[in-house]
Design a protein around this ligand. Structure first.
Ligand code: DC
Length: 226
């Protein structure tokens, strides 16, 4: 099966996607990491991030691989030119600039193609912003995961504090609202609910509870397909 999942930033798609994939023995991939990897590459190479042709050329020149970091792992990570760009793509400069790369139509077409090639064999949970609407509109299971911006900011704040970070909750909330706006207002493949997606509001749910709801839907689909 192909399990596609979309939703806004900070809603827990990766945590939930990882849980679901592990339970099913599937692969899991966060497609935001592909946009982040290219943002990092463009920043490193000194390219003008708004020069669509130059950024697309960078993407096409690079070698892209998606594989687990550790042998047998379920989560596929992005390797650019042979390098796993796991830490680099979490830099603040990448977070604030990735929406510029995500607004590039040629880049979206290029990465969507890579995502389709990766997902087509099935046995995968893929998450992003346009997976249920554009990359795999015919996925076997489609999920739109949501939570209020306030709850997403609270979770992120808690996470940062737990890892020893110094975080200002109101700044986190402002950043989340800005990212929502970028995702929703993007001209090409904006974030939206697919009409037949299962919408889950996780504001008052744990990640485990969300994963269980998705697994229930997967079992239902599997039964229908038989
Ligand atoms: O999920 P994230 O915040 O790490 O995503 C990074 C950027 O990529 C963000 O600007 C949203 C964008 N994105 C996208 O446009 N389409 C996807 N399928 C996944 C992410």
């Amino acid at each position: 099966m192909i399990i596609a999942m979309d939703g806004p930033a900070g809603v827990g798609k990766s945590t939930v996607g990882g849980l679901v994939a592990k339970k099913l023995g599937y692969k899991f991939i966060n497609t935001g990491e592909m946009y982040r990897a290219l943002t990092w590459k463009a920043l490193e190479s000194g390219a003008d991030l708004d020069d669509h042709e130059a950024v697309l050329a960078l993407a096409k020149r690079a070698s892209w691989e998606f594989k687990p970091i550790e042998e047998g792992g379920a989560t596929l990570k992005t390797f650019l030119d042979g390098v796993p760009v796991t830490g680099q793509i979490r830099e603040e400069r990448v977070s604030v600039n990735s929406s510029r790369i995500a607004a590039n139509p040629g880049v979206r077409k290029f990465l969507s193609k890579l995502q389709r090639e990766l997902g087509e064999p099935g046995g995968i949970v893929m998450e992003g912003r346009d997976i249920t609407t554009h990359v795999f509109p015919d996925a076997d299971v489609k999920i739109y995961l949501d939570a209020s911006p306030e709850e997403r900011a609270t979770r992120r704040h808690r996470q940062l504090k737990a890892s020893g970070g110094d975080a200002d909750r109101s700044a986190i909330l402002a950043a989340i609202l800005k990212r929502d706006l970028n995702d929703l207002k993007r001209e090409i493949n904006p974030l939206k609910q697919a009409p037949d997606a299962l919408v889950i509001d996780s504001t008052h749910l744990t990640m485990r509870e969300v994963a269980d709801l998705i697994l229930r839907r997967v079992r239902r689909e599997a039964k229908h397909a038989r």
